[in-house]
Write a protein that binds this ligand. Sequence first.
Ligand code: HEM
Ligand code: CU
Length: 493
Amino acid sequence: MNVNQVAEKTRNNQVVTYLAISGIIVIAMMIFGILMLLQQGGVINLPPATFYQFLTIHGTGMIGVAALAAAAIMWYFLNKYVTLSQKILRINLALFLIGVVMVIIGVFSFEYASAWTFLYPLPALSANAWGTIGALLYLGGMLVLGIGFLLFYLDAGRAIIKKYGSLGKGLGWDVIAGKKAEQDAPPGAVVASTMVTIVNTTAITAGAVVLIMNIINVINPSFTFDPLLAKNLTYAFGHIFANAVIYMAVIAVYEILQKYTDRPWKSSKSFLVAWTMSTVFTLIIYTHHLLMDSVMPKWTLIMAQVLSYSNGLPVLVVTAYGALMIVYKSGIKWDMASGLTYVAMFGWVLGVVPAIIDATIVVNHVMHNTKWVPGHFHMYMGLGALAMIFGFMYYVAKVECNMRINMLDKMAFVIYILGIMGVSGSFLVSGAISTPRRWATHFPDWIGPAQFGAVSGICLVMAVSIFVWHFVRFLMNRNTLNAGSDFSKKKLA
Ligand code: HEM
Ligand SMILES: [Cu+2]
């Protein structure tokens, strides 16, 4: 190996570490999800407090780990176009792990269970369900984790500005304005990373402010603040941060499909406009979480409804269309990486439909606190974002070691799709029959879908274990197998 190859290997080592840790955490979190469904389905009998601890760890863990793995995707591809800091990448992982340990201790040793949305004043006012230490560990852990991600995006922003001049140019505004030719537009990976950098630095800053205010309130309950402001800040953080996962993960779709089809995915003007629109919408539509807060100014809620319809749509449309076009008559070779990223496009589309329905104010009044809501985001996160992440894991194993896939992987592919449809479908059915979300115990009428969801969840976790097992085998063979696989039928360098 020459110097460049050694450098590339160390760089990739870190991305690989991110992915391996993410794979294992996803499996663990899915097991908590299954336990919750078994409890709601009346199959096992957990104390309610335990259920809420599981709910807290599952929500926090899944959002955190999806963001971590998606950040690995963003880093891996963005680093091809701009120079990112490896040190920051390492610090982010270290802070993530410290934060996770704090959260785990807070939840399991000190019984903290406010759900991942830690809505003020719940952290301090738990009716003695948990004490100060649990709350401080959880809130502090989230803050540490957030600082890691903040550094990560600041570094991305720095690198993009250095190469392109400004974040606006990273979004291609000079091309939209006609000052620069379309063929010199920044690639999709850069545009998406710029968008996520903008929205997530905003989200994390809002999150940090509300976390710190909560921490002070827990230590000194006489310090209080406006609950409506707290809710706005909390959802500005939670909605945007969770939403940004897919905008990082979609970079894998752009890059992997280009490589497999041996065709360029050019950033056209409409592509750039779509990304700018989604940047703006993503920043303001968190207000759809406040549709039931009648004290909010009416215009903000109307805006939330209208823009929620169109939030992800611009990017979704240009991406789905682009994916169809690039694959059409390309002679693409289907395997796990190309298959998962392609299916993920449709998972994303499918998951958006129930979300749009829920963002309608009249429907929202009825549906918002039902399991309809987890129904939509399990579909969109599971069949969309996570499928992109697993596709990327197969991709890395293939580029680096030419790891072969076998029958088991292909079976897992099918079981994965059916499993996640089963889990999210069961939530949607529960929602449609008015089952409230976040209830430890269900009435007899509600337990059927929960049981079905649990069985689907068990299938799903088996499929994911096979995906992760493939990745672990790649880790073990990493130093013996050679890189350089052919991706398309046409020969590729
Ligand atoms: C085997 C797969 C999974 C199962 C069985 C499962 C199960 C559950 C259950 C039972 C709930 C509580 C529903 C309720 O409100 O009553 C839940 C909530 C949640 N799940 Fe999952 N889940 C799975 C996968 C995922 C994935 C892949 C993600 C995201 C990447 C995710 C993110 C969340 C979030 C954010 C919540 C909301 C927590 C809250 O309400 O505070 N889950 N899940
Ligand atoms: Cu939202």
